[in-house]
Design a protein around this ligand. Structure first.
Ligand SMILES: NC(=O)c1ccc[n+]([C@@H]2O[C@H](COP(=O)([O-])OP(=O)(O)OC[C@H]3O[C@@H](n4cnc5c(N)ncnc54)[C@H](OP(=O)(O)O)[C@@H]3O)[C@@H](O)[C@H]2O)c1
Length: 277
């Protein structure tokens, strides 16, 4: 009998691969704790780790994958090319350096972290990711923090559509228009800061819904993401919270809950607008 809740469902991607719907987000997980906490996540039933060159814990994430009592093929590892490495040759080099740090043969998903329109090099970066995918060094490629016009540009110039767009998304910023565009384009929506960095959890309305379901406010917000069909990557610093955040698939929100959650929309971002860089 597994000691963890049922595994997160696998969400099919347009390229034929599939991604576990819940992953462990590793931004601000200190390198000294990262292997231990990533292993705690795997022990809790996560099969998906989300890191980036920026986070300074790719090596520790890779160590967790190598040490895990789960086959490599059952784990899904995402990383991201950082803003300093935009450009074709630069991104290829950054990938090599990242893989050296991971100590892995293959990555499951590689993303452009931000479009950085002021540098205007993200189309070349995208061409580098296409090459890495064609060479089989990464199974799937996508982007992060892309507005619709950035998505349309890379698809228009290369003919290749990213399989995911990882964007800020939580009850304050539900991103309905962007999600509809993703739906039209065959792109999966992946929600970063799904708990608005924990800040949305203090909302009294969430306490009431949580009490009604006998769950925590974080579980209510994550169940809302699952209801929307988002891939979701909450970060937490304790094995207890890590476990709590993946145990959400049996929380069934009703129409009243969803209507109440919709009132939280304020448009507030916890991070930058991607067009401001
Ligand atoms: N692509 C991008 O540009 C981008 C940007 C930001 C984030 N991300 C990704 O998204 C992931 C998640 O985003 P995030 O880390 O910014 O924010 P988040 O997951 O929305 O929130 C994390 C915060 O919520 C708290 N928390 C987590 N679970 C909780 C629970 N069950 N009960 C109470 N509090 C809880 C955490 O506290 P403790 O840590 O103290 O447990 C932490 O302060 C990142 O780790 C990263 O992988 C991507």
């Amino acid at each position: 009998m597994p000691q963890h809740p049922p595994l997160a469902p696998l969400v099919p991607l347009a390229d034929g691969n599939a991604i576990p719907q819940v992953g462990y987000g590793m931004y601000k997980v200190p390198a000294a704790d990262a292997t231990r906490l990533a292993l705690a996540a795997i022990d809790a039933g996560y099969r998906h780790l989300d890191t980036a060159a920026l986070y300074g814990n790719e090596a520790e994430a890779g160590a967790a994958v190598r040490a895990a009592p789960v086959a490599r093929d059952e784990l899904f590892v995402t990383s991201k090319v950082w803003n300093d490495d935009h450009g074709y040759d630069e991104a290829l080099r950054a990938f090599d350096v990242a893989m050296e740090r991971f100590g892995l043969e293959r990555l499951d998903l590689y993303l452009i972290h931000w479009p950085v329109p002021s540098r205007d090099r993200y189309v070349d970066t995208w061409r580098a990711l296409i090459r890495l995918r064609d060479e089989g060094r990464v199974s799937s490629i996508g982007v992060s923090n892309f507005h619709v016009h950035h998505l349309e540009r890379i698809v228009g110039e290369t003919g290749v559509t990213p399989v995911v767009n990882q964007v800020e998304l939580h009850p304050w910023l539900p991103q309905a228009e962007l999600r509809a565009a993703h739906e039209r384009m065959g792109i999966r929506t992946e929600a970063w800061s799904p708990l608005a960095r924990g800040r949305v959890l203090a909302t009294p309305l969430l306490d009431a819904i949580a009490a009604k379901h006998g769950r925590s406010p974080a579980q209510v917000v994550l169940a809302w993401h699952v209801h929307l069909g988002n891939i979701v990557i909450p970060k937490a610093s304790s094995p207890e919270r890590i476990r709590e955040n993946v145990d959400v698939f049996d929380v069934k929100l009703d129409a009243d809950d969803l209507a109440a959650l919709a009132t939280l929309e304020s448009g507030e971002r916890t991070g930058r607008d991607p067009d401001d860089d």
